[in-house]
Design a protein around this ligand. Structure first.
Ligand SMILES: [Cu+2]
Length: 361
């Protein structure tokens, strides 16, 4: 509503200004000699250009950086995030300075060299030195920016280090499913043909590695250890986005992607830093993927390594929680699957409430 009023007010002001100019130029015509006299609107236009420069720069910068700490620059909580932030601000500073200087020249000169009586334009067609300066300097600066950016990107997207925590994230309309490799630290296979209402991720139980995989309600990751997300999508393109980790990677159906990072602050530490006792890291979808797009959020908890290990151990294999899927395990592996998943006996099928802790390391 307020926006509409502002737009209408701006249009009205423009209409009024136009009317004033029209009247003043008509007055010039009535007074005669309108061809030799400089119309009064000429000076007004020049002053308006100056006004536009000042209001535009001040207003634009205030609009962009005004509530900076609150909404724009979230505290960074990953190793590579510090580097990408630095690159961002260097680029912003360099292009910002160039933007301000060129605009001061653009509008300032339009004002300074406005049409005046007896003032003749200076004929200055070419200057090789100037051409060289404003070609070579920007070329060097841009090349340096692009090169440092490229180097940082190569660093971020290189293969995850040995011993990373590997977590699978699958996007679908409209939620995330997250799978951990379980005690064996190997994610089992998946197959889209296995997807059904319960087996959302299409876990393939002909693969031994999937017997101890678990699907938790929250994502937990350890502080100070590399974490690798194996990312995929089940239907349309989604995007795995976590602003505090400066993490974003598309989830594309049929084309697995990945992103690895190292968290540097636990959820508790962030609560202290942000002075918000309810702070949570959130994984959200950053592609408008359909009408339920807004619902695609998932809590991420960053733990100290010890707490993370404990949480990891306390998780139940998905197969244990859904013991009827034992039927999907090839007959010769069924025994092994029961042991690894901690399903005590076929009786568990009726009452899947065994209290044994999952498989062995
Ligand atoms: Cu989505």
């Amino acid at each position: 509503m307020l926006n509409t009023i502002i737009i209408i007010a701006a249009i009205l002001i423009l209409v009024i200004l136009f009317a004033i100019f029209r009247v003043s130029s008509l007055v010039d015509v009535i007074k005669g000699d309108s061809s030799t006299k400089i119309p009064s609107s000429n000076g007004t236009q020049a002053n308006l250009l100056l006004l536009f420069l000042i209001v535009g720069l001040v207003g634009g910068f205030y609009y962009s950086f005004g509530g900076l700490e609150d909404d724009f620059v979230l505290p960074v909580a990953s190793k590579h995030g510090v580097i990408t932030d630095m690159l961002f601000w260097w680029t912003m500073a360099i292009t910002g300075v160039v933007f301000i200087v060129t605009h001061i020249f653009l509008f300032g000169f339009s004002w300074k060299y406005q049409h005046r009586k007896n003032q003749v334009a200076y004929f200055y067609p070419h200057n090789n030195k100037l051409e060289m300066i404003w070609t070579i300097i920007p070329a060097i600066v841009l090349a340096a920016l692009v090169f440092t950016g490229w180097k940082a990107w190569m660093d971020i997207t290189r293969e995850s280090p040995e011993g990373s925590e590997v977590i699978e994230i699958m996007g679908y309309q409209y939620a995330w499913s997250v799978r951990y490799p379980g005690a064996d630290n190997v994610l089992g296979g998946y197959n889209y043909l296995k997807i059904d209402a319960t087996n959302q991720m299409g876990i393939d139980f002909s693969d031994r590695a999937s017997f101890d995989d678990f699907i938790p309600r929250e994502i937990h990751v350890p502080k100070g250890k590399p974490v690798r997300f194996n990312i995929r999508a089940r239907d349309v393109i989604h995007s795995v986005y976590q602003p505090h980790f400066r993490l974003q990677m598309n989830a594309v159906p049929g084309m697995p992607t990945q992103f690895w990072f190292e968290p540097t602050k636990t959820t508790e530490e962030m609560r202290t830093e942000t002075k918000n006792p309810d702070f949570q890291y959130e994984l959200v979808c950053n592609k408008i993927c359909g009408q339920g797009h807004f619902a695609m959020r998932y809590i991420i908890v960053v733990d100290e390594l010890e707490d993370y290990k404990e949480w990891f151990k306390s998780q139940e294999p998905w197969l244990k929680q859904n013991a009827d899927y034992l039927t999907e395990v090839p007959a010769k592996l069924r025994e092994a699957a029961s042991v690894v998943a901690g399903i005590e006996s076929p009786a568990d099928l009726a009452a899947p409430n065994g209290l044994t802790v999952s498989g062995s390391k």
